[in-house]
Design a protein around this ligand. Sequence first.
Ligand SMILES: NC(=O)c1ccc[n+]([C@@H]2O[C@H](COP(=O)([O-])OP(=O)(O)OC[C@H]3O[C@@H](n4cnc5c(N)ncnc54)[C@H](O)[C@@H]3O)[C@@H](O)[C@H]2O)c1
Length: 271
Amino acid sequence: MRLKDKVAIITGAGAGIGKSIAEIFASEGAKVIVATRRATNGQPVADGIVSSGGSAIFVKCDVSSEEEVKALVEKAIQEYGRIDVLVNNAGVNFVKEFEGVKPKDWDRVINTDLRGTYLCSWYCIPHMLKQGKGNIVNITTVHTLACLPGAAPYDAAKWAVVGLTKSLAVEFASRNIRVNALSPGLIDTQIWDDIKAAAPNLNECLGYWKSNIPAGRVGTPQEIAYSAVFLASDEASYITGANILVDGGMTSQLISQEPFKSKNLEGNSRD
Ligand SMILES: NC(=O)c1ccc[n+]([C@@H]2O[C@H](COP(=O)([O-])OP(=O)(O)OC[C@H]3O[C@@H](n4cnc5c(N)ncnc54)[C@H](O)[C@@H]3O)[C@@H](O)[C@H]2O)c1
């Protein structure tokens, strides 16, 4: 077991990627704190882990609220006495043309994705320093390499999280706290269901995404969770300040292939 007895807080763990991280961390021996806004999805995740023989508790927490984050960290310490790993996963995915982005939209995305990551880190780090060791994994996105039109608050928040990741990594490296970002490509969670539901033609939608992802498919939440296990484990002991892309090759591809067979281009063939 790669995370045996490590105490891990996972935010936004009621659904999608966070749920999978909580479940797979528990199967790797971690004691998991399932932290999310709603008991209706967070409590069943914790109950499911316990009924499969793992260790987990649910704590209701909106990561944008300082009071709730403080209470979350206090509860983790009261229950387990330490915090080894913090996974800042809670995030709002957001797509809207910039002219329609109202200040309240901006605040909601920034407060969840960026302020939430700051608050959770700020409350956990003193405990990690006291323990002499700690580990933070920030779930960011492939948008931290290149952006999509119509995602300004999300892009701004996640780029800032990568900046925060690198800043904390260098500040705390000598004190044995590692901080890394993990950037998923398109993953099969609610957002993928929403994309498919919005498409006028499902086959066209699947073909479009297939051409944009060299692996030819969307990723699974489990594929992100196993990468988080690696970063949180001692196997990654020399990795800090990294932004690891888990995207089926999406960000390595300049543009998708032409929908016709292109001519071989061989440089100076006309000379
Ligand atoms: N799914 C993807 O394709 C994808 C791609 C790149 C990055 N991500 C990132 O991965 C993370 C998880 O995404 P997902 O697709 O699993 O999302 P999701 O919407 O399926 O699940 C997110 C979870 O976070 C919770 N949450 C939202 N706001 C919260 C808050 N303020 N406080 C506490 N909990 C909150 C939700 O209730 C939900 O349980 C996000 O940070 C997202 O930006 C997802």
